[in-house]
Design a protein around this ligand. Structure first.
Ligand code: F6P
Length: 549
């Protein structure tokens, strides 16, 4: 047994789970009348109600004891202080420094990295202003009105999700596109709809070696040069790069003055706050981008300063772990009730699953407990008419976060009232369910015969007791979006610390990348394909024939 599962804190929780059993959340509201106020945490316009969870005051006490036993506060401080807690890559984890503010001093190996951060943010700011004020122009002298971000994973999902979330703050006259997939069905329609004289391609890649991004960037470059009559001089006016790999950017042919830098202590899925946020900053303006950083900073301060019992990321991390490790939940749903947060779920999926999808602990030993859950979801109310059925009446336990925005950015108050009423109705229905006896009584009252009612009742009853968090944001503006994103980043961190895994590497994506080199050679070759298993050989031959035919 591992240190974790044999620890007193863990075994106490397992014993407590057996005592708590199927205790109803609604009964907990009877025995703990202060739940709704006690299980409420608020920080600068972002609030968490976690009272609708299968967790009593005693459950929470034991979970906080687990966090303390796993030295969560020490790990948190080590992260913020720049210690190399990403052990397999010997790197610090300092995305928080990107939003810390220029008055801070944060050192790695004795050097104050805030000087670098501030200088790069200033370069980004100047560039964004130059584009918006028409001082940065395309090759033919026209101002830029279209941004095409080319990146994938962390160099795509965060900027795209944020741009969509903050669409109410978009700079008038600037259009943004995001291309990620190597499938040219992603790139081709974008190229077909833009003007080469007014476009800026933003090539976003931490490593500047990622196959998809490099392929898309080359295609964009060829397209631009062809449109400019073969004049390579156009590239310097229409391409900028966001990367940690200055040499590879130079090899690609992007002028070093057009490169915005970040550093190896920024993980890809945590990089929106860095130069990777440039497309977003161009799309929403520098003031709004700065507000998003301020929101992230506000959540950092909350995470660092609030006692564990009043700490949002800690509470959310611990509850998620309670369901994964002690109640058998395999997935976790994120259900935002704002259409603009649809892609935010995709970003959270990468954030969580690439960070905590690990099967060995920091020391390399296999874990004997489950780690990161499957994260999925979709905006309400659409999801209600798609997959909520399974949450309500399926056989699996699916805990969920409901995210609601109090003030909308449109004038249709009637819509917003209906939207918010659905958040309330769903979280309430998931908790209280409807017993077979109650269904039976209702059916009889409606005039059904006893036989008909008995047949129908099991289908119409709901077990309930499905746990939810409700997150309320005052508004979906840059500040509150920044807070929300940083909240989830820290939730992932909390869970990684307790599981004793490295949340900041991602070796699992490497094998497929390596094999793709061989399979690409196969599809580009001529002789028989024999180097794989029979299925792969056969599929590869069919594909090559289609490509060559
Ligand atoms: O999917 C693996 C990954 O390395 C992500 O972590 C990263 O965000 C993405 O690929 C893109 O990498 P890069 O920014 O280096 O192109």
């Amino acid at each position: 047994m591992s240190d974790l599962t044999s620890s007193g804190a863990w075994t106490s929780l397992a014993a407590h789970r057996d005592v708590l059993g199927e205790q109803k959340i609604s009964d907990l509201f009877q025995s703990e009348p202060d739940r709704a106020t006690r299980m409420w945490i608020e920080n600068k316009g972002l609030a968490l109600d976690y009272s609708k969870n299968r967790a009593s005051a005693e459950t929470m006490r034991l979970l906080f004891a687990l966090a303390r036993a796993r030295k969560l506060e020490e790990w948190r401080d080590r992260m913020f202080e720049g210690e190399p807690i990403n052990g397999t890559e010997h790197r610090a984890v300092l995305h928080s420094a990107l939003r810390a503010g220029s008055d801070q001093i944060i050192k790695i190996d004795g050097d104050n990295i805030m000087e670098l951060v501030t200088a790069e943010l200033d370069r980004m700011k100047n560039f964004v202003h130059a584009v918006h004020e028409g001082r940065w122009r395309g090759y033919s002298g026209k101002p830029i009105d279209t941004i095409v971000n080319i990146g994938i994973g962390g160099s795509h999902l965060g900027p795209q999700a944020a741009m969509e979330a903050l669409s109410a703050h978009a700079v008038p006259g600037i259009r943004t596109h995001f291309v990620s997939n190597v499938d040219a069905h992603d790139m081709a329609p974008v190229l077909a709809g833009i003007d080469p004289e007014t476009v800026l391609f933003v090539i976003a890649s931490k490593t500047f070696t990622t196959q998809e991004t490099m392929t898309n960037a080359m295609t964009a470059r060829r397209w631009l040069v062809a449109k400019m009559g073969g004049d390579e001089g156009a590239v310097a006016h229409h391409f900028v790069a966001l990367s940690t790999n200055a040499r590879a950017v130079a090899d690609f042919g992007i002028d070093s003055r057009n490169v915005f830098h970040f550093w190896d202590w920024v993980g890809g899925r945590y990089s929106l706050w860095s130069a990777i946020g440039l497309s977003l900053a161009l799309g929403i303006g520098w003031e709004n981008f700065s507000q998003m950083l301020a929101g992230g900073r506000a959540m950092d301060r909350h995470f660092q300063a609030a006692p564990l019992e009043r700490n949002m990321p800690v509470v959310m991390g611990l509850l998620g772990l309670w369901y994964s490790n002690f109640m058998g939940a395999e997935t976790y749903a994120v259900l935002p009730y704002d259409q603009r947060l649809d892609r935010f779920v995709d970003h959270l999926q990468q954030l969580d699953m690439e960070s905590n999808g690990k099967r060995v602990n920091r020391e390399g030993a296999p874990v004997d407990y489950t780690t990161g859950p499957v994260i999925w979801g979709r905006t309400g109310t659409n999801g209600q008419h798609a997959f909520y059925q399974l949450i309500h009446q399926g056989t699996r336990l699916i805990p969920a976060d409901f995210i609601a925005i109090l003030k909308a950015d449109h004038d249709h108050l009637d819509h917003h009232r209906i939207l918010l009423s659905n958040v309330l109705a769903q979280t309430e229905a998931l908790m209280i369910g409807k017993s077979t006896d109650k269904v039976l009584a209702d059916l009889l009252a409606q005039g059904l015969s006893k036989e008909e009612a008995a047949l129908l009742a099991p289908h119409k009853s709901f077990p309930g007791n499905i746990p939810t968090n409700s997150l309320l944001l005052d508004r979906l503006d840059p500040f509150h979006f920044g807070q929300l994103l940083a909240l989830y980043e820290h939730k992932v961190f909390v869970q990684g610390v307790i599981w004793n895994i490295n949340s900041f590497d991602q070796w699992g994506v490497e094998l497929g990348k390596v094999l793709a080199k061989t399979t690409l050679a196969d599809l580009s070759g001529t002789g028989p394909i024999t180097g794989h298993d029979p299925s792969t050989n056969h599929l590869a031959m069919i594909m090559r024939q289609a490509l060559d035919g």
